[in-house]
Structure formats: structure tokens, C-alpha cells
Design a binder for this molecule. Structure first.
Ligand code: BES
Ligand code: ZN
Length: 451
């Protein structure tokens, strides 16, 4: 990257951060209907911002939240799609935020606010990279198409539908995604695997209304107890998933991968401390990084039922609800796994209650080959931006549309994350280091020049 581009990024940093704060002020929570207006306003804002940089920018409406599409030609015939999402997770629990989630605040070089790292801050690094190239070089080195979706966090499929429909006109040479993480604050990383996901809920229904537990206790099944028993039949105490055939299609870790994870010297004790748990836990026979990146999980996201108020209330609850997500790894098929889980839930549920199961989104895992010139260009770009060598990692999270990019576009996908798991995405006090924002902007600019 030329010194001029670097200098431009450094000189304009304060303004870039102020603009990022504007982006962060929109409560673009895609999961909550009451925020549909805010989500659309956010899409309009970033569309107009890109329009202001000379992009031909518009909103694509194909059902679901609008997709921001912004195109600007470049000097070479190469075309790069930059993907990100402008929607964010709900902010709850609100009283755990030190400063309000949608009033972005900088403390000690760190920007706090919902979406700071996931994903507005990372998207904005690319936007400001493009702006810096335009200011210093007078044009872009290659054609850039921003595709920013508004329903990544809520399981929508508008962008996947759009990509399928527009693949012949899109035909990029590469897709660049910054919605993942670095290995640690000083180690940039390229991600070559993401987990897939299956989401569902089950509701155990018992009596028509909560009952007096003295009058009726002993006569009928307690729905909350049944839910607990069903869940206990899904995962053993050792962390092994008990759903029959769940692991059948899991690609075993290769020796080189186990070795490469081991060389990262992951510190279990430090993670336990950071997360404030007495010790870590998970499937036996696998290291923590192996469990996070290359093994599937069965998680309870929420378990509700009965009385949760003060002191005691003697009831048999009418129902209990469990929200579940399974993270999947290659080559697990989300539909097959969903069917296996549903079948298992039904088979372990006693006939003393009624079981209702509702299915939500499902998306496949991805695992790609990193042996291509685009990945090498990204490695060099990260070296330029962060001044450190890049490591190759997998990530435990999911970015559902990435599998559609891989399937439909047939070009290399670069997962170049600037965030950290410890930035608190989806948690209170989400944040993004301004250092990473600046370095990420430099890396993004460099990548466009060399891709
Ligand atoms: N940025 C995350 C995905 C991620 C998390 C990548 C951690 C790497 C490390 C993304 O915005 C996200 O949260 N995705 C959801 C998808 C789900 C709602 C279908 C996820 O993983 O829970
Ligand atoms: Zn997220």
C-alpha cells in the first residue's frame, strides 16, 4: 500500500470514527419487528454514504430486509464483492451496559456500542478503505460491489436468494468478508472454516393452566421436569451429544490441522478466567480449539417455564419451552441433523405431555482450501495493515450466506476478520478496538490493490 493511502487513513481517523458512530446509532435489530423502521433507516444511511463516495448505490427489495448494493468500477477488470451486515443483535440485558448500546462511546481507545464489532465496525473499515483509495489514487484499483444484508443476525435468506438470482451478473473474482475474528489482539487471521447452524425450539405442554402443586402434585407429569429430562437425554454429562447418528458425517480432524491448532498454544486457564467459570468443559478427547472450531455442539439458548418471581410459588407449570441451536461442522447436513434432533426429541418425550417443535433457520458449515493467490494476497494485506504474520484459523460462529457464496459464485472467499471473540458480540458492552479499526482499514485498502 502506498504511504499516501496509509497517511490518508491516519489523518482522517477521527472523522472516520465519528462517522462510524453515526452508523452505530441506528438500532437496526433485525430480529425485532418494532425496529423494522430503524433497520431500514440504517440501510438508507449506509447506502447514501456509499452513494456519497461515488458508488451507484441502491436498496434491493426481494422480501425480508433490504439489501444494500453499491457498485463502483475500477482501473482493472477485476471485481471484488465486499460482504457485511448492517443488522445487529438485540441489546438486552440493557441494565448491564455501562453506556447505552445505541449511544456509541469511546473509552481508552475502544469504541463501545451494539454492532461495534459485529458487524458495522468491520464493514466500515472497508468503506473507509475504499474512500481512502479514492482520495489518494483518484479511483479504485478494481471494481468493488458492496453487498450488505440486514438479516444475518435473524436467520433471513434474502441475500442468499439474491445471490442465486444474480450470480451471472455478479461473477466476482473474489468475495471478501469481515465478520469474523483475529486469533488475538495482535495476531491477524484468515478463517478457512465456519460452523453451520440449526435452530429450533420445543414446547412441552401439560395442563391447560398452572395448577396447585399440592392439589395435583403426584398425579401428572410436570412439563418443566419433562423438558429437563428431554434435554438431559440430548447431551451426556461428559459433553458428548447423545442424538443417534449426530456425528456420522463429521469430517475427522486431519493430523496437520491438530498440529496447526496445537501450535497456536491456546491458553485454557486464561479463557476460563476471562469467562469467569471455574473450568472449561466439553467433548472429551478434543482440545478447546478443536471443540470450538471443528466439533459440533448442541446448546440450550434459553429454557423457560413456570414461576421465576420472588420467593416461592407452589405450582405445576402449564408448559416449558427450550430454545436450541446446534453448531455443525463439515460435512454435516443441516436438514439431516435437524431431522435427527427432532426424531430424538420425539422419541425421548413421554406420552404424558404434548410436544410441539418449531424449526427456525438452518445453514451448512463451510471449510475451504486456502491454497490460492487471493488468500496469499489477503495474507500480505494483513501483514501490511497489522505489521504481523497471519495465522490460519477456523471460527466457531456461523455466517449463513457464506455457503451460498461458495456454492453459487465459485470464486475464492476471503474471511478476514478484524474482531475478537472477547469484543462481546451479542453480549452487553460490545466493543471494537479503534486500533483494529484503523489497521483493518489499511489491510482492506491493501487487499484491493493487490487482489
Ligand atoms: N459475526 C458473527 C459470526 C461469527 C462469530 C464468526 C464468531 C466468527 C466468530 C455473525 O454475525 C453471527 O453472529 N452469526 C450468527 C448466525 C445465526 C444467527 C444464524 C451466529 O453465529 O450465531
Ligand atoms: Zn453476530
Amino acid at each position: 500500500m502506498t504511504d499516501r493511502v496509509q497517511a490518508c487513513i491516519d489523518e482522517n481517523q477521527d472523522r472516520f470514527v465519528e462517522e462510524l458512530k453515526q452508523f452505530l446509532r441506528f438500532p437496526s435489530i433485525s430480529a425485532l419487528q418494532q425496529h423494522d423502521g430503524d433497520t431500514r433507516a440504517c440501510a438508507e444511511w449506509i447506502k447514501d454514504h456509499l452513494g456519497g463516495l461515488g458508488f451507484e448505490a441502491g436498496l434491493i427489495e426481494i422480501g425480508g430486509k433490504p439489501i444494500v448494493r453499491a457498485v463502483r468500477r475500477g482501473k482493472s477488470a477485476k471485481r471484488v464483492v465486499i460482504y457485511g451486515h448492517y443488522d445487529v443483535q438485540p441489546e438486552d440485558p440493557l441494565d448491564e451496559w455501562k453506556t447505552p448500546p445505541f449511544e456509541p462511546t469511546v473509552r481508552d481507545g475502544i469504541l463501545y456500542g451494539r454492532g461495534a464489532t459485529d458487524d458495522k465496525g468491520q464493514v466500515f473499515a472497508h468503506v473507509k478503505a475504499v474512500e481512502s483509495l479514492l482520495r489518494t489514487e483518484g479511483g479504485l484499483p478494481c471494481e468493488v460491489i458492496f453487498l450488505l444484508e440486514g438479516e444475518e443476525e435473524s436467520g433471513g435468506d434474502a441475500l442468499a436468494r439474491y445471490v442465486k438470482q444474480a450470480k451471472d451478473e455478479l461473477k466476482p473474482d473474489a468475495v471478501v468478508v469481515s465478520d469474523s475474528t483475529m486469533y488475538d489482539a495482535n495476531t491477524p487471521a484468515l478463517t478457512y472454516g465456519l460452523r453451520g447452524i440449526v435452530a429450533l425450539e420445543f414446547i412441552v405442554r401439560g395442563p391447560a393452566a398452572d395448577l396447585h402443586s399440592g392439589a395435583y402434585g403426584g398425579a401428572l407429569a410436570n412439563p418443566v421436569m419433562v423438558a429437563a429430562q428431554i434435554l438431559a437425554a440430548c447431551v451426556g454429562r461428559d459433553g458428548k451429544i447423545l442424538v443417534p447418528h449426530f456425528y456420522d458425517d463429521v469430517v475427522p480432524l486431519q493430523d496437520w490441522e491438530r498440529e496447526s491448532f496445537r501450535k497456536l498454544n491456546f491458553n485454557d486457564a486464561a479463557l476460563a478466567k476471562e469467562l469467569n467459570v471455574p473450568r472449561l468443559h466439553g467433548e472429551p478427547g478434543y482440545s478447546t480449539l478443536e471443540r470450538l472450531w471443528a466439533r459440533p455442539t448442541f446448546e440450550i439458548n434459553g429454557l423457560h417455564g413456570g414461576y421465576g418471581g420472588q420467593r416461592s410459588k407452589t405450582i405445576i407449570p402449564a408448559s416449558a419451552t427450550a430454545k436450541i441451536t446446534c453448531r455443525l461442522v463439515s460435512n454435516q447436513d443441516p436438514v439431516r441433523i435437524r431431522d435427527l434432533v427432532v426424531e430424538h426429541l420425539r422419541s425421548v418425550c413421554p406420552d404424558t405431555v404434548r410436544l410441539e417443535i418449531n424449526e427456525f433457520g438452518a445453514s451448512p458449515p463451510v471449510l475451504f482450501d486456502v491454497n490460492n493467490p487471493t488468500i496469499r494476497a489477503a495474507q500480505e494485506a494483513l501483514r501490511q495493515g497489522f505489521g504481523r504474520e497471519t495465522v490460519f484459523i477456523r471460527c466457531g460462529g456461523s455466517i449463513p450466506v457464506v455457503s451460498t457464496f461458495v456454492e453459487q459464485l465459485g470464486c475464492p472467499v476471503v474471511l478476514m476478520g478484524f474482531g475478537l471473540d472477547s469484543d462481546g458480540p451479542h453480549s452487553p458492552n460490545e466493543h471494537f478496538s479503534l486500533d483494529s479499526f484503523r489497521r483493518g482499514t489499511k489491510a482492506a485498502a491493501h487487499l484491493l490493490q493487490t487482489i
